[in-house]
Write a protein that binds this ligand. Structure first.
Ligand SMILES: *Cc1c(COP(=O)(O)O)cnc(C)c1O
Length: 462
């Protein structure tokens, strides 16, 4: 199994190198050279299996010889053992023909745990085998950082440093990053905005002397290993509703396009998915692009669904690559134009994209109204991101095809917006009820590259 870059200039790599390197050397994103197929018989055989077994069967062909069968199964079992629900990604019904896949039963209460927990296991196994060690540095506006710290805490072959903007993440998100006690995890509160955190991270990757000295690695949402782990719950959800003998549609609250791209991979593998609906908040570059063909960046307007507040959507490049007939030079050209503000998708490519994707958006007012109505009439307390999904999904319902909306975070992770809309302050699940009593451990740092690099080197004792 080989992976190729969306910009056509980097060498093809196997699964392990693709996962460990993250970004391709030509600036592109890695995608599988060919998509493994599951027949209807293969999919039918998934009925009734535990989540871990489905995960194994769906992901196995992508992993190649990186892990042997027994090792890969063990990594999957370890990854999901900390989830608070036996089904891992349970479905609940919201309305006739409309279902919610609850992807928030992981240790940090957001869907990012599905990918991050598995990536943590796979990194540790691959690095130990190589006798290697890496330093993971990540920038977060909240959910990615907490999921990464939770996934890598206590592992031997990895140190993890997470930069978050001081005073600008929710208290639950902050405490999830600052309360783990393991020596290999380091939360850093940077004096600045999320953009500053991301800029310093980029600086570190471009500072080759530092990058090589600490063996810098990244686990941001463009890492192929993360996309792959997210393919699985499209299968478990669709199969529970009758696939492959019935088509199923999905609506996905979208920011960086990682989650919905995983749905596209599931479809390409043979899962009969009817529609993939991209749901955006007021930062709606993807909705505008799928509607008009213009992909034009704007400034980010902060919203009550902060994990979807994006200016550019990094994984969209993977969908464009296929829509342009896998022409790496054409993608490199578009990405150059993006640096100058945006690009226009060709008519042919736009038609290709629309064969798989459709889209909608929800305003702040619509999001709050959806939380209120879902609580009153559907028996479900939604986080703002999930509410955007449900709002948009309702505009794409088809009586002949069940719709699954992905619930991407637990309402307790965003209690202020949920309380404003519903009057209820959602409690944390029992297993983390003491989060507010645990001592915090965090390093405050200036928005300064040299200071950050010194701090990281000291901590890993170089
Ligand atoms: C990350 C995140 C999203 C967006 O997912 P993408 O894969 O970036 O499109 C949506 N909701 C929540 C709660 C998230 O944490």
């Amino acid at each position: 199994m080989k992976y190729v870059s969306t910009r056509g200039q980097a060498p093809a790599l196997g699964f392990e190198e693709t996962m460990l390197s993250g970004l391709a050397r030509d600036g592109g994103l890695y995608v599988p050279e060919t998509i493994p197929q599951m027949s209807h018989a293969d999919i039918r055989a998934l009925h009734g299996l535990p989540y871990e077994e489905v995960a194994y069967r769906v992901m196995r062909p992508f992993v190649g010889d990186a892990f042997d069968d027994a090792t890969f199964m063990r990594l999957i079992e370890n990854a999901y053992a900390s989830f608070g629900h036996a089904a891992r990604a349970p479905l609940v019904q919201l309305a006739p023909g409309h279902f919610l896949a609850e992807l928030f039963h992981g240790p940090t209460l957001a869907f990012k745990d599905f990918a991050m927990q598995l990536i943590g296991q796979m990194f540790e196994e691959a690095l130990k085998r190589r006798g290697d060690r890496v330093t993971i540095v990540g920038a977060t506006s909240g959910d990615t950082g907490s999921a990464a710290i939770e996934a890598f805490r206590g592992l031997d072959a990895v140190d993890v440093f997470i930069l978050y903007p001081h005073g600008r993440v929710s208290e639950v998100q902050r405490r999830q990053m600052t309360t783990p006690t393991e020596a290999n995890v380091h939360a850093i509160a940077l004096d600045g905005h999320f953009d500053d955190c991301q800029a310093r991270l980029k600086d570190m990757f471009n500072h080759f002397e530092f990058r090589d000295a600490v063996r810098l690695a990244g686990v941001n949402s463009i890492n192929w290993g993360r996309v792959l782990a997210q393919v699985v719950y499209f299968f478990t959800s669709a199969v529970a509703l009758g696939a492959p003998d019935r088509r199923v549609s999905f609506t996905v609250p979208t920011g960086n396009f990682g989650d919905i791209f995983a749905g596209y991979i599931a479809k390409r593998m043979g899962l009969p998915i009817d529609k993939l609906v991209v749901a955006t908040n007021q930062n709606d570059i993807l909705h505008r692009c799928l509607s008009t063909g213009d992909y034009l960046t704007d400034s980010v307007a902060p919203s009550i669904s902060p994990s979807m507040d994006i200016q550019v959507s990094s994984n969209f490049e993977r969908a464009l690559f296929d829509a342009y007939g896998r022409d790496g030079a054409a993608i490199a050209q578009l990405m150059d134009e993006l640096k100058a503000g945006g690009f226009h998708v060709s008519q042919g490519a736009l038609e290709k994209l629309r064969e798989d994707f459709t889209s909608g958006r929800a305003s702040e007012v619509e999001t709050l109204a959806m939380i209120t109505r879902a609580h009153a009439t559907m028996g479900e307390l939604l986080c703002p991101h999930s509410a955007i999904g449900v709002h948009v999904a309702e505009r794409h319902l088809d009586p002949a095809v069940p719709m699954v909306t992905l619930a991407t975070a637990h309402p307790a992770k965003f209690p202020d917006a949920v309380e404003q809309a519903s009057g209820l302050r959602p409690p944390l699940p029992e297993r983390m009820a003491d989060l507010f009593d645990r001592p915090e451990r965090v390093t405050r740092a200036a928005n300064d590259l040299t200071e950050l690099e010194t701090l990281i080197k000291e901590r890993i004792a170089l």
